[in-house]
Design a protein around this ligand. Sequence first.
Ligand code: FAD
Length: 274
Amino acid sequence: MTTISFEFYPPKTDEQRTQLDRTADKLKAHGPEYVSCTFGAGGSTLSYTSETVRHLKQHHALDAAPHLSCVGGTRDEIGELLDQYKVIGCRRIVALRGDLPSGMGHPGDLRYAADLIAFIRDRHGDHFHIEVGAYPETHPQAQDALADLRHFKAKVDAGADAAITQYFYNADAYFHFVDAVRALGVGIPIVPGIMPISNFSQLRRFSEQCGAEIPRWITRKMQAYGDDAESIRDFGADVVAALCRRLLDGGAPSLHFYTLNLAKPTQSVLSRLA
Ligand code: FAD
């Protein structure tokens, strides 16, 4: 097996907190290199991310990395958060532009992820290992695929150490992306982001928003299973495990799992890879 990492979102209710604790306990057994915690757009979950990072570090002894986005934050606010993360012992940050909730909110002082990376490097030098987002199927708002590759390179030039991709179900998109950025002189690790399949209709809705393509053959098969939840879970885990195997065989340096705070879907994939 390879090195792995897990992504969680910050829980907001007691019930969600209990669920995250249960999930973290189970997934810890797989020895992740680190876990990361997402950051909600618009500032409303600012404190939930840092609270959750602190909890994952102190209660679960996990190396927890906060996601940080430009959206909604002033330079001072982002600077303060970074200082806090340094004080609690964080060495890794996932730096993103973020998305504005449609039609509302303040975009923030920093416009693109590259600006945030430059800001972090300026304020804290090499203290943080900076991960950035990458889009093998092209970011949905990109002017075009080539411009997106140039903007990705700008993040690396600004100081990114590694990248985690948006999820995808087509391994060729990943390999093509890696070849394309290597041709531009980018040498950092590009870690595939893996989305296990648990709730297919939710996944379809989410994929439309974030521009991830679900291949037709997967959709058709899922539709054929109807309400047969067990077959859906098994088929989903088989598909995602086969994707992971192909990515690793093709040279992917590590795998980052979008857990959605659930243990089972990720564990089903990992058990097939063992
Ligand atoms: P950027 O790299 O800044 O790119 C955004 C868009 O702008 C792209 O289309 C790019 O081509 C374009 N662009 C970049 N620079 C320029 C320029 N100079 N001129 C013109 N166009 C430019 N969102 C959250 O809100 N919270 C999270 O915790 C979170 N976690 C994520 C984790 C991962 C691994 C990934 C892949 C995404 C995550 N997201 C998260 C979603 C992310 O915020 C969105 O995809 C967002 O739309 C883009 O973020 P980015 O950092 O990739 O942006």
